[in-house]
Design a protein around this ligand. Structure first.
Ligand code: 6PG
Length: 260
């Protein structure tokens, strides 16, 4: 079934400017959610791109402006390593953000990368069901999901030609990634698409070609899993730098109808 997604391309000159836009968008989305529902549930990604944003959120004006006591923080995906490992998405966020802001530890829901991947993903699914008070086959609705994109077109831990691309029934699961000879714990794409706000943070020349293929090339979710991200509300935001956006139809920003 073909869908049309209204894509907003917000292009900034460099990585520092993307991080500032991402922090401002994070803060505004959290405040809106708290105003509307009394709390904000956010799922963040790992990798290098969000690091600058984490550091900014731990500083003024965001440190004072954010309602930290109303924020519930989840992860989109995690590497199968202990929290102290430099590869740990949770570990990086703890060092750059969590150790510096008054976010209650009881509202930080990390994926247990140190456990067996199957067990860790089942525990995370149970935790989400419990904290979202889900019944039956209900899908959790995050207020904000932040994603990155790998230069191979993966997002979350939905890598090309992996079983995770076909996973639609579970909220979180363990995805085997042969190309990295590892397992990853990840949210499924239907859960990401159910979020009220989905944003990609993408920067650098290494992403120029893949981003253009994802948004303007033929539909091929096996090769470009980022094409699975079609939020149910029909809207998708990209916070980009000029290098990443260089081969897009509107390299300086704008909106486009993404049909596929
Ligand atoms: C992870 C991420 C992953 C990331 C992309 C982009 O755990 O690695 O969640 O999906 O967003 O790999 O990573 P960079 O920001 O480092 O390019």
């Amino acid at each position: 079934m073909s869908r049309t997604t209204l894509v907003t391309l917000d292009v900034s000159p460099d990585a520092a400017a993307v991080a500032k836009k991402a922090a401002e968008h994070f803060a505004a989305t959290v405040k809106q959610a708290v105003a509307a529902r009394g709390m904000a549930r956010v799922a963040i990604s790992g990798g290098s791109t969000p690091k600058r944003m984490f550091a900014l959120l731990a500083q003024e004006p965001f440190l004072s402006a954010l309602p930290w006591d109303k924020l519930h923080l989840y992860w989109v995906d995690e590497r199968c390593v202990p929290p102290a490992d430099p590869e740990s998405n949770y570990g990086v966020t703890k060092e750059l953000l969590l150790d510096k802001v008054p976010l209650p530890a009881s509202q930080v829901y990390r994926m247990e990368g140190e456990l067996d991947p199957q067990e860790a993903s089942s525990r995370y699914e149970a935790l989400i069901r419990n904290t979202f008070k889900l019944e039956g086959a209900e899908t959790p609705v995050f207020d904000l999901v932040q994603l990155g994109m790998g230069d191979d077109g993966h997002t979350a831990s939905l890598f090309p030609h992996t079983e995770g691309i076909d996973e639609m029934g579970r909220i979180a699961f363990a995805n085997h990634v042969p190309q990295k000879n590892t397992w990853r714990i990840t949210l499924s794409w239907p859960v990401i698409n159910a979020a009220r706000e989905v944003v990609f943070l993408i920067e650098g020349a290494a992403k120029t070609d893949v981003l253009a293929r994802v948004l303007t090339g033929p539909k091929d979710v096996e090769t470009l899993p980022s094409q699975l991200i079609r939020p149910a509300n029909g809207k998708l935001l990209f916070l980009l730098d000029t290098a990443a956006a260089a081969k897009l139809p509107s390299p300086h920003g704008g909106t486009m109808e993404w049909v596929g």
